[in-house]
Design a protein. Sequence first.
Length: 360
Amino acid sequence: MTVEQTSDETLDETSEEKKPKRLSRSTPMGMVAAARYPDQSDRQTVANGIRDQDADLVIGHLTPTSYKTESVCGIDLKLEPLSPSLGTVVHGIDLDRDIRHPEIVEFLREIWLERRVVMFREQQHLTRDGLIRFAECFGELGAHHGERDHVPSGPRTPDGYPDILPIQSGEKHPGAASEWHSDATWSSRPPMGSILICREAPPVGGDTNFCDGYGLWEGVSRETKARIKTMQAVHIGQPHHAMDGHIPEAVHPVARTHPETGRTVLFVNRVFTRRFADEHGLDDIQTQSLLQELFANIGRPEVTCRFRWGVGSVAMWDNRAVQHCATADFWPHRRLMERVTILDSDVARRTPYLALSDEA
Ligand SMILES: [Fe+2]
C-alpha cells in the first residue's frame, strides 16, 4: 500500500458488524461527510444522504476557459493553464495515436518541464498497454514505486501489469493520499515523474492538488536559504513501503537542483521528510522548528493548482519539481486511479543533488 493507495483509515468508530456504524469525524473524509450531512452520526444514513445530494449531477462544461492554441504536426491543440505558474491541460490530443509523432512527444516534454504538471482529458480509450507506451515516451518505465530495486513487497497490482499501481477508494475504503508529498522520496533515486489516469471518478470531489517546488524555494527567507543550502534531510517510508521487512529511508539535499531546468527546488515534504542528517547536529526542537518553517508554504493557493478528474483524465507530473495531494472529500463515492512511474533515461540524473554553482 502506498500513500496514494487506500489507507487504513476508516470512518467506522466500531468494527462490530451488528451495531450501527457511526461516522468518525477525525479523518478528512469524515470531516467533509459530517459537514455535508450534519446532525447524523449513523454512517450508512450519511452515505445514503450524500449519494442523494449528488444524484442529480450531470457532466457539463459551464465555466469559461481561457487557453492558447498551438498546432504541432498538424494537430490543433488548446493549452489551458490551471494556475499562473503551474499546470496545463492539453486539449485536442489522443495519447494513444498522437505520440507516434516525435514532435508531439518533444512538445509535451517542453510543457511538462515548464509547467511541472501536464494534464489531459477524455483518454479513457487508453489501455494499460497504451498508458505504458505513453510513459515510455519520456523515460524508462519504473516499477510502481520507481526504481526496481526499491519495490515494496505489499501492493497488489493488476494481473500482467506489475508496474501499474491501482489506487482505489470507496465507501468501505475511504482513504486518500491527502497529505502533501512527492512520490517515493524514501528511495535513494525517486521517480522522475508519475502518471495517473482516472478509471472511475466520483461525481464531485477527489481532486488532486499540485504544489510548485520552485515557488516553495523562492519563498524561503534569505537567511534560511543560506542555512539550509548544504543540508541533507532524511526521508523515511511508511510501513506499507517496507521491503523484506525493512522500512526504506534515504538522505537527500534539502535544496535540489533540477537536472533538466537547472532551477532550485525545496525538496522536503510533510509525509516522508522526518529529520535532518545527523552531521547537522540539530536536536528535536530545532529539527521540528526548521521543518515547520520549510513546510509553511506547502499548499498555499498561490503556488498550487487543482485538477478535477473525470473518467479518462490523465495527469503527468514532474516528481522532482512538484508535490501533490489528493482531496479526501468524496466519501462514500468511488474513485479508481492507476499510476505508473517514469525514471530518467539518464541514470546519472536520477539521484537528487545540489549543483556546485547553487551552493552557498
Ligand atoms: Fe502520490
